[in-house]
Design a protein around this ligand. Structure first.
Ligand SMILES: [Zn+2]
Length: 177
């Protein structure tokens, strides 16, 4: 179990109005589906209003993505903002001797361990949301992209669709005959 990406937010949760600001730099090394050329870097700010934990920040990285047309690799800068709110329950211990404030996140995946934020999970989710939807290499949709051209020819001559149809046809004929 990795613990080094946990950010302890207990102090600000027990002291509404107190601000926490941390610089974060991570390579998200555990992620096989992400190909980062540079570490993901930015600043996270956290503050509690008493019943809401507000987490904001701005992050940048550089990643390798696939061209939507030719699947060739493209390096692209990605910058995104984080603006999240999580419900807080309980009375902050700075105002009560019996109780304490606790984050009660209702995300479909675990984002907190007690009052510790799992920073890399939050960053990964936000990074994926901000990935370019249809990145294109220098040739774009219309240019004479040699890779796309090659793939187009290969597609035209392989007859993959036809082979699938033949298989289906044989199956149907076999079952009936
Ligand atoms: Zn391309």
């Amino acid at each position: 179990m990795r613990r080094d990406d946990l950010l302890d937010l207990n102090d600000i949760l027990q002291h509404p109005g107190r601000q926490l600001s941390v610089e974060v730099s991570t390579e998200l090394a555990d992620e096989e589906d992400l190909d980062l050329v540079k570490p993901l870097e930015g600043v996270l700010d956290a503050i509690s209003t008493g019943n809401l934990l507000l987490i904001t920040g701005e992050f940048t990285t550089r990643a390798v993505v696939e061209c939507a047309r030719c699947s060739g690799p493209i390096e692209t800068d990605i910058t995104f903002e984080i603006d999240e709110q999580f419900p807080v329950v309980g009375v902050p211990s700075s105002m009560s001797h019996q109780d304490f404030a606790k984050v009660e996140a209702d995300e479909p995946y675990p984002l907190f361990e007690g009052n510790n934020l799992m920073v890399e999970v939050l960053l990964r989710q936000n990074l994926l949301l901000n990935f370019p939807v249809q990145p294109l290499c220098a040739f774009g949709w219309e240019g004479e992209c040699p890779v796309a051209k090659e793939r187009g020819v290969a597609k035209g001559t392989s007859g993959a669709g036809r082979t699938e149809f033949e298989k289906l046809k044989n199956l149907v004929e076999g079952s009936e005959g």
